[in-house]
Design a protein around this ligand. Structure first.
Ligand SMILES: O=P(O)(O)OC[C@H]1O[C@](O)(CO)[C@@H](O)[C@@H]1O
Length: 552
């Protein structure tokens, strides 16, 4: 850690501890609005039609200066250029992170990853496009001659969450195909899906970067067997395609090379929705929708690469996170999209952010020495208001919230949309303003409550306020704005990697569980725990599960 970087961190952390010149707490937000009628104008920023409002945080001029100084000390500008030019930013796996190259139109140079990478990407896109057209046009059909009406994406983590989220967000009622998803290895999910599918009309995409993931391969074998029951072995093979970097494993599984859509190891799982992993989207939503989504992400890429740090939306979102996590000690963040179509966004962000930023050592392997990625959770509004927002308003630790609001709906029920937006705005307003003792008392007196009731209920009815939120506004939810939104969060995550000095592109933390599952699977097969192989709790639970299973 160099001195400039260490000093910059000290300044940010000190800003979070030190009262402001007017004596107010650095965590308070209301005084900032009281002092500056132009706070919204000053602290809201836009890229194309996407608006980011960070005014409802406690960042003031001094805090912002310290945060921007940290961004410079952490060399965020150099880092973003390295990312786009194919530096080995994923140092622990000695890989590049070239998801931006997937969004670069053919012939472009900025963020395109170089000619060789572009050639690979464009060749796969051309094949995906031709395949999509052939399936939609009926040139590629099922083994019995029927057209494909359903596309089933089998994958997990990044090979599932992105496609599921985008399918729900951009649903196209006129599409010739329905997308289905099988992620978890739990057979109950498969049983629920079975009822909705006809093997003669179902095209199966096995989506796996590595093509070795235990759950995905188990599901792929299950589905292959199900297809073969009706169509025979050869028929089953003609209903399958693979999206992967591991061409050898795809061939071993029996998927011919013309049905394998590859991508490079420079695309991380949680950044892979823009690659061949997006084939289910092209099939279910249409090629144009897929392209518009890439164009939206590309617009955000160019903004991220070119905008100065102080107006750069992903950088500002990252700095807000640092302010909350490191200066103020908030360890959680909630994401509330006020749009039912974005209901899988929180799940996607959980992987994107927590798999990327759940790290305790720096790139050099030393302890980070400060908190890194917060716990991220969320649910669409208004439903979230009736579940966890109680804790956000009145719990002990402030939970910063991302509110995502869409101005124009794609349905005709204007009143419902007004209710939705009013609630989204009200939540953010209420978190900021709270409700003080005098107001609660006056309200209760007006409602005719007696003095004893007022005293008893007063503490329960007070809202502390000064609870932070950021708001993201989109004019409409369409493929372009959806692409912008997801890329905004991707670049925020990359920037946080640079600010914390960690690798946001590896995920060693998921390996241990995978390793330990192997021997346990064997023991479940044999029906006998290996004595002394586990701690007494694991062994005890395994014995009990076996007993209950075998009793039934
Ligand atoms: O696409 P694959 O290789 O099947 O991996 C699925 C997921 O598993 C992980 O490696 C770990 O959970 C994720 O990063 C990845 O998205």
């Amino acid at each position: 850690m160099n001195d400039i970087y260490a000093e910059a961190w000290k300044a940010v952390e000190a800003a979070g501890r030190t009262p402001r010149a007017d004596g107010t707490s650095p965590a308070s937000i209301r005084p900032l609005f009281a002092a500056d009628p132009k706070r919204f104008e000053r602290y809201s920023f836009s890229a194309d039609n996407l608006l980011l409002d960070i005014s409802k945080t406690s960042i003031d001029e001094g805090a912002m200066a310290a945060l921007l100084n940290l961004a410079r000390a952490a060399k965020v500008e150099e880092w973003r250029s390295g990312l786009s030019e194919g530096a080995l930013v994923n140092a622990t796996e000695r890989r590049r992170a070239l998801h931006m190259a997937l969004r670069a139109p053919s012939g472009s140079t900025t963020g395109a990853g170089g000619a060789a990478v572009q050639a690979e990407i464009q060749a796969t896109f051309a094949r995906m496009h031709a395949f999509t057209q052939a399936v939609h046009g009926g040139a590629i059909r099922g083994a019995t001659g029927e057209r494909f009406t359903h596309v089933l994406n089998i994958g997990i983590g990044g090979s599932d969450l992105g496609p599921v989220m985008a399918t729900r967000a951009l649903i196209n009622p006129a599409s010739p195909m329905v997308a289905l998803h099988l992620g978890n290895v739990d057979g109950h999910g498969w049983r629920a899906l079975l009822a909705t599918m006809d093997p003669k009309r179902t095209l199966v995409l096995v989506s796996s970067k590595t093509f070795t993931t235990q759950e995905t391969m188990a599901n792929a074998r299950l589905v292959k067997g199900w297809l073969a029951e009706t169509l025979g072995e050869a028929g089953a093979a003609s209903h399958m395609a693979a999206l992967s970097t591991n061409l050898v494993a795809c061939a071993e599984f029996g998927i011919p090379s013309e049905r394998v859509f590859p991508f490079g190891d420079y695309v991380g799982g949680r950044f892979s929705l823009w690659s061949a992993i997006g084939l289910s989207l092209a099939l279910a939503l249409g090629w144009d929708t897929f392209q518009r989504m890439l164009a939206g992400a590309r617009a955000m890429d160019l903004h991220f690469l070119k905008a100065p740090l102080e107006k750069n939306l992903p950088v500002l979102l990252a700095l807000v996170e640092v302010w909350h996590v490191n200066a103020l000690g908030y360890s959680r963040r909630a994401v509330l999209p006020y749009d039912e179509r974005l209901r899988r966004l929180p799940a996607h962000l959980q992987q994107l952010e927590m798999e990327s930023l759940g790290k305790r050592v720096t790139l050099e392997g030393a302890p980070v020495g400060r908190a890194t990625g917060p716990v991220v959770f969320g649910e669409p509004g208004t439903s979230a208001q009736h579940s966890f927002m109680q804790l956000v308003h009145q719990g002990t630790e402030p939970v910063p919230v991302d509110f995502i609001l869409i101005a124009r709906p794609d349905h005709p029920w204007a009143e419902n949309h007004r209710i939705l937006l009013a609630n989204g705005l009200a939540q953010a307003e209420g978190l900021l303003s709270g409700k003080d003792e005098a107001t609660v008392r006056a309200e209760m007196e007006k409602a005719g409550a007696d003095a004893a009731t007022i005293e008893r209920l007063l503490p329960h009815r007070i809202f502390p306020g000064d609870r932070p939120s950021t708001s993201i506004l989109l004019p409409r939810l369409d493929p372009f704005s959806f692409g912008q939104l997801i890329a905004l969060y991707e670049h925020k995550v990359a920037t946080l990697g640079a600010l914390w000095g960690i690798n946001p592109f590896d995920q060693w933390g998921v390996e241990l569980g995978k390793q330990l599952a192997g021997p346990l699977l064997k023991e479940l097969e044999l029906g006998e725990p290996a004595t002394g192989a586990h701690d007494s709790s694991t062994e005890g639970l395994l014995r009990e599960l076996l007993r209950l299973r075998d009793e039934g």
